[in-house]
Design a protein around this ligand. Sequence first.
Ligand code: PLP
Length: 390
Amino acid sequence: MEKINRPIYMDSHATTPVDPRVLEAMLPYFSDIFGNAGSIDHAYGAVAAEAVKKAREQCAHPLNAHPEEIIFTSGATEANNIAILGTAEQYAEKGDHIITCVTEHKAVLDTCKHLQKTGKSVTFLPVDQYGLVDPGQVEDAITDKTVLISIMTANNEIGTIAPIKEIGKIAHEHGVIFHTDAAQAVGHISIDVKEMNIDLLSFSGHKIYGPKGIGGLYIRGSNPRVKLAPIVFGGGQEKGLRSGTLNVPGIVGLGKALAVAEKEMAKEEKQYRKWTTQMFDAFKDAYPSVMLNGHPTKRLAHNLNVCFPGIESKALIHLLKDDVSISAGSACTTTSVEPSHVLLAIGRTEEESHWAVRFGLGRGNTEEIIEYTIITLKDDLNKIKKISDI
Ligand SMILES: Cc1ncc(COP(=O)(O)O)c(C=O)c1O
């Protein structure tokens, strides 16, 4: 049996390590090739600009987008802000209504709440017990004042994959712009912005084995051409939509990360599906009342979010801490002990939501690691059962 380095990392929805191939691609751009990609009148800047051009192509290709439709940002949070605030302002004369849903990441929810404070109207649609938003309800919510629909591609807590293509079709039939936060989906499931009727799409480097602090926004260039009002002002980089000197090493890393993901995604997805199924089956054996959070099939293959009734997630995570690193609910707001808004939205009670643990499988996980995780978790569940008389 191979030596297992503990603790095993299984929190890929929070972040992923930089892939060695990505790091290798990035390294020269910190020191040797350090030019400003905006200073193209000399060799240093021109070489950096060339690297950014290549990365733009690497990001566009897997999405079936044109490189000129990609702008680089500091991550999915900023991309979401630029997309939502930029649309709201650009199309203010057309209308003041936005449709989103209750299980979105805070980067979408809080941006929409901010717009509400400025007088815009926002519909927060509910989801069903699996975390799915109903396209029929999206259509019913559209008014002649609706300018934007923003629905995430895949949920960061429970992994549910939304019916994006259908929602995009509805948006286009009504002349409404469709944005999707695809931070958890890009590089993990195949996305075609044209086929899926997507106008704006946010993505992030550190969820796909790229560096932190870099991401991007796809902005549809034609049929229809989407325009955004800028919310960041300065040197006018990225078509005036994201001023600031380009983070060349980060951009190179993001491009490489997507190029690697494009090649390996299908194989990885199959592997993760097998492992998460194996884990859930083993959990059911050990703890028959275990509950799956999220959709049984329309879910990210590397996500497994479960409640062990009666077992506080914090206690389990603490017991597991030297063996396996997993998270309770969403890591992005993990300092708070508030129940997860996503789990409450799918109908879990407050008590049940404190039983939820999330496994996010990733590169580096192996057959042995999966087996080790199952054995360790079963042991720890038994320990808790014994002490707490469950
Ligand atoms: C669905 C979703 N959107 C947005 C973000 C924020 O991304 P970033 O860290 O790149 O700003 C995350 C990160 O957890 C996420 O999961």
